[in-house]
Design a protein around this ligand. Structure first.
Ligand SMILES: [Zn+2]
Ligand SMILES: [Zn+2]
Length: 250
């Protein structure tokens, strides 16, 4: 007799229910977090509560710093400077902000991409040293086929419009599939992304001497962005700034 095994659920039920309720709220005039009336996807209350806080962060990696003072750099970045020069984030990757990322990524709520880009844009101070081009962190072809879209590319596309900076969706290439960083222990993350990226040979000259902006949805340890920034620098980028929607707390 043939045994029939049930298909594994793609995600826990609780997460699926949350994503569904967020998706249900994604009416053009409803807040994605609380469902209240909102003209552009987020009500004033949620925006004030979750996005207008400006804690002191490391200028280089955006980790939270205990003390006040702009431009400060954390101990980890002083000890081992990353390949990127600066990081800007819209919020910490904590509930309920994380649900926006999960709904975009796994709930296929593409309507959230402009909202995430807008929050990131609003967090940039007027004095910010803006990059000259935006590169979304690429997905490997397998994962892109599975998901159907790259969430970082969707955020970068909208951010490019808001900042009036050219968008280079095909310049960076992921050369191999890597394990999901958040599922790996910290020491394994650097090895996981090592040599995972390259740049498109046909357009490589475009990066020389440029200030490059790398766009991603979430930054955890920063190893992925560090690896891609190192590749950009190797090909002559003068400066690399990360523009990331949410920063996971260490
Ligand atoms: Zn709300
Ligand atoms: Zn730092």
């Amino acid at each position: 007799m043939r045994t029939v095994y049930p298909l594994p659920l793609p995600m826990p039920n609780r997460l699926r229910t949350t994503l569904r309720s967020i998706a249900a709220r994604l009416l053009p005039s409803a807040c994605a977090l609380c469902g209240a009336a909102a003209a552009d996807g987020l009500c004033g209350g949620c925006e004030a509560q979750f996005f207008r806080r400006r804690p002191t962060r490391c200028a280089r990696c955006a980790n939270l710093l205990p003390h006040q003072g702009g431009g400060a750099v954390c101990g980890a970045c002083l000890k081992a400077p990353p390949a990127f020069d600066a990081t800007w984030v819209a919020a910490d990757y904590v509930p309920p902000v994380d649900q926006l990322v999960l709904a975009l990524k796994f709930g296929h709520s593409l309507a959230l991409a402009p909202l995430l880009a807008r929050q990131l844009h609003m967090m940039l101070p007027p004095s910010v040293d803006l990059p000259q081009m935006l590169l979304p962190v690429p997905l490997a072809l397998g994962r892109l086929a599975e998901r159907g879209f790259n969430q970082s590319l969707e955020i970068a596309r909208h951010l490019s419009r808001l900042l009036a900076i050219p968008f280079e969706p095909r310049l960076a290439i992921r050369t191999r599939e890597t394990a999901t960083q958040s599922l790996l222990p910290l020491p394994a993350r650097r090895d996981n992304v090592r040599r995972a990226f390259t740049l498109d040979g046909a357009v490589i000259g475009r990066i020389r001497g440029q200030h490059v902006g790398l766009v991603d949805d979430v930054m955890t340890t920063g190893e992925t962005l560090n690896e891609l920034a190192a590749v950009c620098k190797r090909f002559g980028a003068a400066r690399v700034t990360n523009l990331v929607f949410a920063r996971a707390l260490p």
